[in-house]
Design a binder for this molecule. Structure first.
Ligand code: FE2
Length: 133
């Protein structure tokens, strides 16, 4: 499964968020590497826990900024974050049930990441940059 490499097209121009996004992407890529190495990312419980913890922490930061600066797209953005966390839960459920759907769910997370960074995160970045630059 291909890694998702960081490119400038993902950058929002807000250093603190861009650095978090790179680490968030790294955490997902490590899980994808585990899938490639053993065919079983389900076995990489430390990496799964790290991705979950990192996603929760990073989403919390973004949501805090959006609320602090009354971002109008907050609710829609929140739903995307919830959707990511739900999918990670589905991934864990799939693992608990033999891992049949786990690779498909990882692929979904990969696509989510690319679309989220270039979609709602970019829109949020344009709004926040006037406050955070
Ligand atoms: Fe986001």
């Amino acid at each position: 499964m291909a890694r998702l490499m960081w490119t400038d097209s993902f950058a929002l121009g807000i250093t603190s968020i861009d650095e978090q996004h790179k680490r968030f992407l790294d955490a997902l890529n490590e899980l994808l590497d585990a899938q490639d190495a053993s065919g079983q990312a389900c076995l990489a419980s430390t990496l799964i826990d790290r991705l979950k913890a990192y996603a929760a922490e990073h989403f919390h930061v973004e949501e805090g900024y959006m609320q602090a600066f009354a971002y109008p797209g907050y609710e829609e953005h929140l739903m995307e974050h919830e959707h990511f966390l739900d999918t990670v839960r589905h991934f864990e459920d799939a693992c608990a049930n033999g891992g049949v759907e786990s690779a498909k769910l990882l692929d979904y997370l990969l696509n989510w990441m690319a679309q989220h960074l270039t979609g709602v995160d970019r829109q949020m970045g344009r709004y926040l940059e006037e406050y955070l630059r």
